[in-house]
Design a protein around this ligand. Structure first.
Ligand code: 13P
Length: 304
């Protein structure tokens, strides 16, 4: 017996939805896939990624480089073959940002490693968000452990910097992470959540924010967090965002991992569902290693 017109129409519609889902590119974000009608389980399997669809890899050059070494690194990055579905950002020292902006492929965006808390003026030695915008620098790293623990920046100061940078359309890589003694005392989540709260109290536009979990004991030590250790904190931070900010932000914000990431360990880390990319220090100064880390997005797809 022929199907009733209404069920014919609905089976046609569901067939169309199936076709649309099948045609959805694998790099769509989970929210985008959910909008297309994929179940959450399938959406997560397709990209094996709980955050936004685009993997994100940042290179934090810290206080390294000369005009010559920067020029060599930029030429090598310009010649590198990078996977398409990765956002790539490099953060040179302030004095080389202009050089990098003028010579680096537009495929890679540029970040500062710090910014002043408000509008520029009589603040000797500082650089304002307006000045970053003036030279085309789209990002800033804030809350890095070296600024927290060596320079002495506190949560409130960092939070206000984030608010001001975002108000000037400078996107923020917001860093959090615990010290070794805090981990050993079982305080990892408390520390990370407190640092998250200082950001969350100051951030309204989460679309322009990437969170970087960088356990301090893993930075520059060669002691990378295991994929399980990183995944555990990333999932907890996402859960914290769900409860304290919104489910939408929790599912769309990218949470990247930093701390002794290299060409050899990136693939295993990238496979973890809540690891949406990396913030790389030492290895970002070597173009072949940085390229391998960027292209580790392919491991993420293999798990799907
Ligand atoms: O601090 C980091 C990135 O911001 C990580 O540094 P390393 O990759 O050198 O450990």
């Amino acid at each position: 017996m022929a199907a009733a017109p209404s069920s014919l129409a609905s089976s046609h519609l569901s067939r169309l939805a199936d076709l649309r889902r099948a045609a959805a590119p694998a790099n769509l974000s989970v929210p985008q896939q959910l909008r297309l009608g994929c179940s959450r389980r399938r959406a997560q399997r397709v990209v094996a990624m709980a955050g936004s669809g685009k993997f994100f890899v940042g290179g934090n050059w810290k206080c390294n480089g000369t005009k010559d070494s920067v020029s060599k690194l930029v030429s090598e990055l310009n010649a590198a073959t990078l996977e398409n579905d990765v956002d790539v950002v490099v953060a040179p020292p302030f004095v080389y940002i202009d050089q990098v902006k003028n010579s680096l492929t537009e495929r890679i965006e540029v970040s500062a490693q710090n910014v002043w808390i408000g509008k520029g003026g009589a603040y000797t030695g500082e650089i304002s968000a307006e000045q970053l915008v003036d030279i085309g620098c789209q990002w800033v790293i804030l809350g890095h452990s070296e600024r927290r623990h060596i320079i002495g920046e506190n949560d409130e100061f960092i939070g206000k910097k984030a608010a001001y940078a975002l108000s000037k359309n400078v996107k923020v890589i917001a860093c959090i992470g615990e010290l070794l003694e805090e981990r050993e005392a079982g305080k990892t989540f408390d520390v990370c959540f407190e640092q998250m709260k200082a950001f969350a109290d100051n951030i309204t536009n989460w679309a322009d924010v990437v969170i970087a979990y960088e356990p301090v004991w893993a930075i520059g030590t060669g002691k990378v967090a295991t994929p399980e250790q990183a995944q555990e904190v990333h999932a907890a931070v996402r859960d914290w965002l769900k409860t304290n900010v919104s489910p939408d932000v929790a599912s769309s914000v990218r949470i990247i991992y930093g701390g002794s990431v290299n060409a050899g360990n990136c693939a295993e880390l990238a496979k973890k569902e809540d690891i949406d990319g990396f913030l790389v220090g030492g290895a970002s100064l070597k173009a072949p290693d940085f390229t391998t880390i960027i292209n580790s997005v392919t491991s993420k797809k293999v798990v799907a």
